[in-house]
Design a protein around this ligand. Structure first.
Ligand SMILES: NC(=O)c1ccc[n+]([C@@H]2O[C@H](COP(=O)([O-])OP(=O)(O)OC[C@H]3O[C@@H](n4cnc5c(N)ncnc54)[C@H](OP(=O)(O)O)[C@@H]3O)[C@@H](O)[C@H]2O)c1
Length: 339
């Protein structure tokens, strides 16, 4: 009930212009839904540059034109459309290399929003051999986050007044998952990757179980990356890393999958518009050090529940982190996991 109350009665706000103007903001999955609306708000608030990460360039260019038209932005160089497909580690690495070059060439990176995600409701694997939801929402999102962290740190190093942020998109759905795989003494990721276990966990936890598991892992990843960030002489993190839950929103996340009708009905009745829900993304990347490693819901630091905060959860988080970074190091042996 608390969730529905917050969804219906929280008045979401946009950050002040001063928090966004002149900033370079990177948003993945920015061609539609929450990502596109966050980009639109950011441009209205005077962002210096917006890097839209999209998996189909034509859709990205269409979104760019739409955002420029509605915000009256005449400077066509402010919004950059870059290709990234999180179903391919290769594509994520190419995108990260492009960001690296952008920063090496004198660009800055103030805010990175890991928004691209899927709610995979049918079992399917990528060409890299991972179940789609695990690769897109967890492995590729972590690979990109770790690849961008040095660029955010560099921006802070070059400009001590900068307050760079990294935000990962999560959900409140993790509170209702069963996640029996977490007690496995073998690799949790490998277990989750198999089709047999997919079927079992759907039977135990329902249609949204696996989506919730990937979003819980995004929250774990946020907490782990937050622990890696170095601090300044005042004890403040040099990059603020947090997790944001936008609340149930009327995007294509469910309609592009074969979602149960009841979910679509609840969405139609109670969900936020993406224009409104996307304000939470900009809120997350303008918060202070108190939000570092924390979960933001309804634009406030919120207790994510015992599945995240218990001692057992900490052990699962640490185990998963070892597993995730081990997969990623095989993909990119030079990937930095200490800063
Ligand atoms: N909507 C909600 O109620 C809700 C609630 C909690 C959390 N979230 C989270 O919010 C984020 C945004 O979701 P949304 O609601 O805005 O959904 P959406 O409208 O479906 O947008 C998802 C975005 O992610 C992109 N994407 C999907 N797979 C990708 C891939 N392999 N590579 C690159 N981009 C990819 C999509 O690109 P294409 O258009 O090309 O497919 C699209 O731009 C997700 O992480 C989601 O889990 C949403």
């Amino acid at each position: 009930m608390a969730g529905l109350h917050g969804l219906l009665f929280t008045k979401l706000t946009l950050p002040p212009v001063s928090a966004i103007e002149k900033k370079t903001i990177l948003i993945t999955g920015a061609n539609t839904g929450l990502g596109r609306e966050a980009a639109r708000h950011a441009l209205s608030l005077g962002a210096g540059t917006i890097i839209m990460g999209v998996r189909t360039l034509s859709k990205g260019e269409e979104a760019k034109a739409n955002i420029e038209a509605t915000t009256g932005c005449a400077d066509k160089s402010k919004v950059l459309v870059w290709l990234i497909d999180l179903e391919s580690f290769n594509s994520v690495q190419e995108f990260a290399a492009r960001a690296q070059k952008y920063v090496s060439d004198g660009g800055r990176l103030d805010m990175a929003i890991m928004n691209a995600g899927i709610a995979s409701l049918q079992y399917a694997t990528t060409s890299n051999g991972w179940e789609r939801g695990i690769q897109v929402n967890v492995l590729s999102t972590t690979l990109l986050s770790l690849s961008l962290l040095p660029l955010l740190l560099h921006t802070r190093d070059q400009d001590p007044s900068a307050r760079p942020h990294l935000a990962l998109l999560t959900s409140d759905i993790h509170k209702s998952i069963k996640f029996p795989e977490r007690s496995s003494s073998d690799s949790i990721l490998s277990l989750l990757n198999g089709q047999e276990q997919w079927k079992k966990s759907q039977d135990i936890g329902g249609a949204t179980e696996r989506y919730g598991v990937t979003k819980l892992m995004d929250l774990f990843v946020t907490m782990q990356i937050a622990e890696l960030v170095p601090h300044d002489s005042f004890g403040e993190p040099l990059v603020i890393v947090n997790a944001v839950a936008p609340g149930f929103c009327k995007s294509d996340l469910l309609t592009r999958e074969n979602a149960p009708w009841i979910l679509k009905l609840v969405q139609a009745l109670f969900a936020r518009t993406v224009e409104n829900g996307s304000k939470t993304l900009l809120h997350a990347v303008t918060q202070g050090a108190e939000s570092h490693g924390k979960w933001l819901e309804n634009q406030a630091i919120t207790d994510p529940g015992t599945i995240v905060t218990s001692d057992e959860a900490a052990a699962v988080r640490n185990k998963l982190w070892v597993e995730i970074t081990s997969v990623l190091r095989d993909i990119d042996p030079k990937l930095q996991t200490q800063f």
